[in-house]
Design a protein around this ligand. Structure first.
Ligand SMILES: Nc1ncnc2c1ncn2[C@@H]1O[C@H](COP(=O)(O)OP(=O)(O)OP(=O)(O)O)[C@@H](O)[C@H]1O
Length: 236
């Protein structure tokens, strides 16, 4: 198995006896990878597996050579995720504490972690957020805080699950630019095909299986045709 990038070999995950990921295999070392599929096709489950939050039943998964489930310390430095809902991610009262937390998990002393948190807030023109209450932030701002909390860990792979859902246009544009500028490998789950323009690769999941895999130009038109057919004909 190749050591760089994201490698899945015959990954199976069942929930209550029903396969949610059904023999998923691919190797991806491209910088920008889109993950698409209808509701319930297994995208978020796959993201949680990549992050090491769910254990697979069989198969093999490596992220940049790391066995994410069994090597938790290495996992923290290897992969980070921005969840659909920032409320599932934010746990601390102030922005600085929220950002510093992951670094202390990596073993940084608290003082150093706070300095690093301040540095990233300054880098993104949010120095004034340091002592700001996380509860007082708007939803878009909370998303942005989560992004900073993940970026500060400098993971090799970042997973974004519907990052633009519910954001207003300026916040969405700002987040889009931030994601665009990242040096890291990115896996982005979305229902918005426009977001995937310029991506290197798109993987299409259906009922827990990879049914399409290629460039956006290859995969997206087929996906739209299939989804349109499933939607059926409009009523006469
Ligand atoms: N904890 C769970 N318990 C029961 N079923 C689950 C659980 N997690 C996921 N599933 C099922 O697994 C399937 C895939 O769910 P998943 O959330 O991964 O889909 P998705 O592609 O991310 O969907 P969406 O586009 O709606 O976000 C669904 O049928 C879902 O009902």
């Amino acid at each position: 198995m190749e050591s760089g990038g994201l490698s899945l070999n015959n990954v199976v995950l069942s929930v209550h006896g029903k396969p949610v990921l059904n023999d998923v295999s691919f190797h991806a070392d491209e910088q920008r990878i889109g993950l698409i599929g209808a509701n319930g096709s297994g995208k978020s489950t796959l993201a949680r597996v990549i992050l090491g939050l769910l254990q697979i039943n069989s198969g093999d998964l490596r992220v940049h050579g790391v066995d994410i489930w069994n090597d938790r310390k290495a996992a923290l430095k290897t992969v980070g995720m921005l969840f659909q809902n920032p409320d599932h991610q934010i746990i601390f009262p102030t922005c600085e504490e929220e950002i510093a937390f992951g670094l202390t998990q990596l073993g940084q002393p608290k003082d150093q972690a706070r300095r690093t948190a301040l540095a990233i807030l300054t880098q993104f023109d949010r120095r004034d957020w340091a002592n700001r209450s996380t509860h007082d932030l708007s939803q878009g701002q909370r998303h942005f805080l989560c992004l900073l909390s993940v970026l500060v860990m400098q993971p090799k792979l970042l997973v974004f699950d519907e990052p633009y859902a519910g954001l207003d246009l300026p916040t969405s544009i700002q987040l889009h630019r931030s994601i665009d500028a990242l040096d890291q490998q990115v896996v982005l789950i979305t229902h918005d095909m426009d977001v995937l323009a310029g991506f290197d690769r798109v993987i299409w999941l259906d009922q827990g299986q990879v049914v399409g895999d290629g460039t956006p130009a290859d995969v997206i038109p087929k996906y739209i045709t299939e989804m349109t057919a499933r939607a059926g004909q409009p009523d006469a």
